[in-house]
Ligand binder design. Structure first.
Ligand code: GLA
Length: 722
């Protein structure tokens, strides 16, 4: 049983393969958090966790001791730390004390209303616990839902806030997750970045007081990813305790820690409470996004492996979850806006000769779009560039024996567009205030159902008009001056979240209407690479920085959470367009093959020997694709900490091992290096380049690597013999 309730001890015990999560009902009815971490056997007694905490309490209230207790879902009352839930009642007050009312445990899991979430399949051994809490004074009901995926080793959770009274209330903050740890000496690890520089790893000690990562930009953003990782001081890739908390959401978020002087560390994750207010009328409810928790006792590699599996198998969905995907060529860096039908067909033809399977036409095919100044929203072909329209171009690409794909930026509107001229009120804006442009564009107000309908219909019309197998769904600016012309004053602060609900509904409809289309997400590169997008987008363009060495950092950081199957990674031209670096074609290929391989240049311009090399890359990738997608990844060397990058992926059946080893810069007198592989069977024999090695040798003595200078790399494929 994954979930049990002890009547005698008044505790809930949630257990996965390797973890235990315990909370209890305190004598006053409040829920007290007791433990989360590696597996504990048997039933737990609350006293063993909180006995001495009560003594040290410096309560502001003599009735309860909540101020120093670890709370399960803290509110603002006699607990004067950061609350998970903050409500303003119609009488203007905001203190809340939630007390246990009832609970229910059932098999499986219910989908979240209006929001993406992890799902359950037969055999997962998943169980759900719903605990109902009532405020002691106001007619407020809160339901905490936890789903325990026993075999997949994760716990997901979300919260519903229900107004059971006769007056309206305002939800000012409703976190998806809150956990109070005791006496831990953690580091906070998170993924920070900027455009072309996404998801770099930062590790800092948790301090007394508060720290947070967040987004106020209307999307999860390039700057922080919606995750909080807590790790022991000694944790590295292979040893030590690490917790990862992730939010299944793509909008404004906040992940925060607050540690008090008694060393109770509160970690929270949810929708950002900045500029957030949600009004609930009688009987209305607010559903928070879902959060996922993962624990590892074997370092970050194990934490990532658990996440990779569950993201691949229980968040990603649709046709491309399990099936092979085409190797694509995207024309963006090959032509930017400067193309016509002949140019695209020629690029496609030379790509096809080398084995590319899908030709993607990027920005510039619609309206009057010859630069980034106009036409977003006008999703009909530019007949000057494409005289036969998208239908004709797709037909010609299909005659070459290739699939065809198209770029859209459906959430946007250019002030210079037919759409804006017809519906100036459809842009996110505040009446009487200048709406700031970014990349010369505004954001469509997806909090309005009629705008969502337009997006579904206009994109759907193009997809139905031609043989289109792939969509690149881009988002090239964040929100500012946020308001909706269709909302009254009370609802303005709901715009950010209503936008996300609108966007998810649009993506639900389109991915349902076009189940055979492969959707790839993008946001100025990887500006919206998050768990909320992955049910719709099988893969996401990881970064606009396509330089292989920059990608070692970006892909290393991204892999902390996301599996290789979700990372779009392309071979591009040299000198690289973002950083000017010249790297060998082999390194560009080796790094891109650790994600979803694609090309971002005109292959027709390569030399004959380079063309042969590209041909071999594609052939090899098709052979190793399922290992890259479904295998177990180990990060062996970090470019953040060493002069190298090395990643190993072991196939599901353990028979094949792929290792990519790259050097950032050559160093004098450093002729060799040893690379210690992980996760092999020590008694098995593995063959590499005709030589046999035991698993024990590869893991303990290590593979001898020659250092071949700046930006060099190798891909090694070991096959298990016995
Ligand atoms: C964004 C994307 C690029 C490209 C351009 C087109 O920056 O990340 O890959 O599609 O938009 O304008």
């Amino acid at each position: 049983m994954a979930i049990s309730f002890s009547k005698e001890k008044n505790t809930f015990n949630l257990s996965t393969k390797n973890t235990t999560y315990v909370f209890g009902i305190y004598p006053n009815g409040a829920l007290v958090h007791l433990y989360y971490g590696g597996k504990l056997v048997g039933e737990q007694d609350a006293d063993d966790f909180i006995r001495y905490l009560l003594r040290s309490c410096s309560s502001v209230s003599d009735r309860f001791s909540e101020c120093d207790l670890p709370m399960e879902y803290p509110t603002f009352s006699s607990d004067v730390r950061t609350p998970a839930l903050h409500i303003r009642y119609s009488d203007g007050t905001s203190a809340t004390r939630l007390l246990y009312k009832s609970h229910e445990i059932y098999k499986g899991k219910k989908a979240l209303s209006g929001l993406p979430s992890f799902y359950v399949e037969e055999g997962d051994g998943a169980e759900t616990l719903e605990v109902t809490l009532l405020d002691e004074a106001q007619p407020l009901k809160v339901v905490l839902s936890y789903t325990v995926y026993e075999s997949l080793d994760i716990i997901t959770r979300s919260v519903r806030v229900i107004n059971e009274g006769e007056d309206k209330i305002e939800v000012l903050k409703a976190m998806s997750l809150s956990i109070d740890f005791q006496s831990k000496d953690f580091d906070l690890v998170h993924l920070k970045g900027s455009w072309a520089n996404e998801r770099h790893i930062e590790r800092v000690p948790v301090m007394t007081g508060g720290q947070y990562v967040d987004s106020k930009r209307g999307s999860s953003s390039h700057f922080h990813a919606p995750f909080v990782i807590l790790a022991d001081k000694n944790t590295d890739e292979n040893v030590g305790e690490a917790f990862c908390f992730g939010l299944v959401y793509s909008g404004n978020f906040k992940g925060q820690t607050e540690q008090n002087s008694e060393k109770i560390l509160r970690v929270q994750l949810g929708i950002n409470d900045f500029d957030f207010k949600w009004t609930l009328y009688p009987n209305e409810e607010f559903q928070t996004p879902e959060a996922v928790s993962v624990w590892s006792g074997e370092g970050f590699n194990k934490m990532s492996q658990t996440l990779h599996t569950v993201i691949r198998k229980r968040l990603c969905r649709g046709k491309y979850r399990d099936s092979s995907r085409p190797v694509l060529l995207n024309n963006w860096e090959a032509t930017y806006f400067d193309f016509d039908e002949e140019k695209i067909v020629n690029i496609a033809r030379s790509a096809k000769e080398l084995g590319v399977e899908l030709m993607v036409l990027d920005d510039g095919w619609f309206g009057k779009r010859n630069d980034d100044l106009r036409s977003l929203g006008d999703w009909y072909p530019n007949l000057e560039k494409l005289p036969n329209g998208i239908t004709g171009l797709a037909e010609r690409v299909s005659e070459l024996g290739m699939k065809f794909g198209l770029w859209f930026e459906p959430e946007m509107i250019s002030p210079d567009s037919d759409l804006y001229r017809a519906h100036p009120d459809w842009a996110i804006q505040i009446k009487g205030r200048t709406a700031g442009l970014s990349r010369h564009q505004l954001v469509l107000d997806l909090s309005r159902p009629e705008v969502c309908d337009y997006v579904v219909e206009s994109v759907g019309k193009v997809l139905s008009s031609a043989k289109i197998s792939y969509v690149k769904w881009d988002l090239n600016r964040n929100m500012s001056e946020v308001g909706s012309l269709s909302a009254d004053a009370e609802r303005q602060s709901e715009t950010y979240h209503r936008y996300m609900l609108g966007l998810y509904s649009v993506l639900e409809r389109l991915t349902k209407d076009f189940p055979d289309v492969l959707f790839e997400g993008c946001s100025g590169g990887g500006g919206r690479f998050d768990l909320g997008m992955l049910p719709y987008f099988a893969q996401i363009w990881t970064s606009d920085d396509s330089d292989a060495i920059e990608r070692t950092y970006i892909q290393y950081g991204t892999s902390l959470v996301f599996p290789a199957s979700t990372m779009g990674a392309h071979v591009s031209a040299v000198p690289n367009h973002q950083v000017g670096r010249v790297t060998p074609l082999s390194t560009r290929g080796n790094i891109a093959m650790l994600g979803r391989l694609g090309y971002e240049l005109d292959l027709g311009g390569l030399s004959e020997s380079e063309k042969e090399e590209v041909k071999s890359q594609i052939k090899l990738y098709k052979e190793i694709e399922s290992t890259v997608h479904n295998g177990t990844m180990y990060r062996l060397k970090s470019p953040f900490e060493t002069n190298h990058f090395a990643t190993e992926i072991i196939s599901e059946d353990g028979k094949r091992v792929i290792v990519v080893y790259a050097t950032v810069l050559g160093r004098p007198n450093s002729f060799f290096d040893r690379l210690y592989l992980k996760g092999l069977d020590e008694d098995a024999t593995y063959i590499l380049d005709g030589r046999s090695y035991s698993g024990s040798f590869l893991m303990r003595a290590g593979l001898l690597m020659s250092n071949d200078g700046d930006f060099s790399s190798k891909m090694m494929i070991l096959e298990r013999e016995n």
